[in-house]
Write a protein that binds this ligand. Structure first.
Ligand SMILES: NC(=O)C1=CN([C@@H]2O[C@H](COP(=O)(O)OP(=O)(O)OC[C@H]3O[C@@H](n4cnc5c(N)ncnc54)[C@H](O)[C@@H]3O)[C@@H](O)[C@H]2O)C=CC1
Ligand SMILES: O=C(CO)COP(=O)(O)O
Length: 370
């Protein structure tokens, strides 16, 4: 009988199964919740935050008192403010700081992330100025690492408290990944994070997922503004529906798929964010709609409202590629051009009447000329 040959490096089969050690970058609400998700799924987790005092508190109390009070973190999560320690032996990375920080965070992290280690982007936004998707930004700054995105209906606190939800996890799928899906980063990442309360669905449409994540926050501000200004549920449902159409148009124009928008990262997250004052974006809009001055929203305390900056990047991108996004444009004009809230929303309802089905190709001006 021929003895088994020892595998030469060239013959080593690609790795399968979950990633054992995960670095989570960003110790805010969502980073902490994702660290918990990874730990519950059996991973060894390093949680990096820039604020040394906050990290010391997490280490001393076993709780992220600033961003996730009342939730105990297991010992499998080790908090650190040293990047070298955070990335030591990391087999996969989750980047979870606000979208405006992404390029800078990637640059800081690049020397510490080994080639071929997959990086999952968990922020929602589009780079201001360049109009680049966050995956494009990360690919520029972290060449040779597989870049993926995770998005869906996920209020951080609910996730941390183990209320069930489901998300979309998207990575590019190379031919080799299609031949051996269990070795693909998306599959291994899904196995690494999935549990009975956190169910990832795998996708290869990063564009669709990223467009959805950026636009839904802008639409949530619109819904908040109208709610705060005293309009009712019908109005909000119409805005959500128009929001879905805007997501689909932008995603398709950039090469994404409409079916992705119909999924968890699209309609799923949009429904969540546009229905609850737990959403910072919706709440921000509600306060503005109720007449609270911009500088006084959230009682003047700095809060991450991604839709505020996404209104600029989304409309900039839509202008460049010629996509109509009337609701997002209304939010943009109110937030960043000083447009009157009621007049701007009234104008949305006075647009020419069109066919709901695009193939009808109608545009009827109202007889009153309004
Ligand atoms: N909170 C939530 O429910 C969810 C949030 N997200 C997304 O996750 C991203 C982060 O949001 P949250 O964790 O909620 O925000 P957060 O305000 O709770 O925490 C933000 C964290 O980023 C850190 N940070 C800010 N600027 C930084 C910089 N320049 N360098 C390094 N660290 C920096 C802060 O110190 C803080 O730890 C956003 O894009 C948000 O849309 C996505 C899904 C759910
Ligand atoms: O993205 C989120 C839930 O999926 C969180 O929404 P907010 O940033 O509006 O709180």
């Amino acid at each position: 009988m021929t003895p088994p040959r020892s595998a030469s490096p060239a013959e080593t089969p690609p790795e399968t199964g979950s990633y054992r050690r995960i670095a989570v970058v960003g110790a805010g609400a969502w980073g902490t919740a994702l660290a918990l998700i990874a730990a519950k799924a059996g991973r060894s987790v390093r949680l990096w935050g820039r604020n040394e005092a906050d990290i010391a508190t997490i280490r001393n109390t076993g709780c992220n008192l600033r961003y996730m009070p009342g939730v105990d973190l297991p010992p499998d999560i080790r908090a650190t403010s040293a990047m070298a320690e955070a990335f030591e032996d990391a087999e996969a990375v989750l980047l979870v700081t606000p979208s405006v920080t992404l390029r800078d965070i990637c640059r800081q992290a690049a020397p510490h992330i080994a080639p071929s280690v997959p990086v999952v982007l968990c922020a929602k936004g589009i780079e201001t100025g360049s109009g680049k998707l966050l995956s494009e930004v990360a690919s520029e700054e972290l060449p040779d690492r597989p870049i993926g995105v995770l998005s869906g209906p996920t209020f951080a606190r609910e996730v941390a408290l183990n209320y069930p939800t489901a998300v979309t996890l998207a990575f590019p799928f190379a031919q080799a990944d299609r031949r051996a899906p269990h070795t693909a980063p998306a599959s291994r990442m899904a196995l690494s994070l999935g549990s009975e309360a956190f169910r990832p669905y795998i996708s290869d449409d990063l564009v669709g997922v990223e467009v959805a994540g950026a636009v839904k926050n802008v639409i949530a501000i619109a819904c908040g503004m109208m709610t705060g200004a005293g309009y009712a549920e019908n109005t909000r449902a119409a805005l959500i529906t128009w929001g879905i159409a805007e997501m689909m148009s932008l995603a398709e124009a950039l090469g994404g798929r409409r079916e992705t928008i119909a999924g968890l990262s699209g309609i799923g997250d949009l429904t969540l964010t546009c229905s609850s004052a737990t959403s910072r974006n919706m709440h921000f809009g509600m306060q503005l709609g109720a007449g609270i001055a911009r500088e006084d929203v959230f009682h003047g305390s700095p809060t991450v409202v991604e839709g505020d900056v996404a209104a600029i990047s989304v409309i900039d991108l839509a202008n460049r590629i010629g996509v109509e996004m009337p609701v997002s444009r209304a939010v943009h004009d109110i937030l960043h051009r000083g447009a009157d809230l009621r007049d701007t929303f009234a104008a949305l309802w006075s647009r020419p009447i069109t066919g709901e089905n695009r193939s009808l190709n109608l545009a009827l001006t109202h007889p009153t000329g309004a």
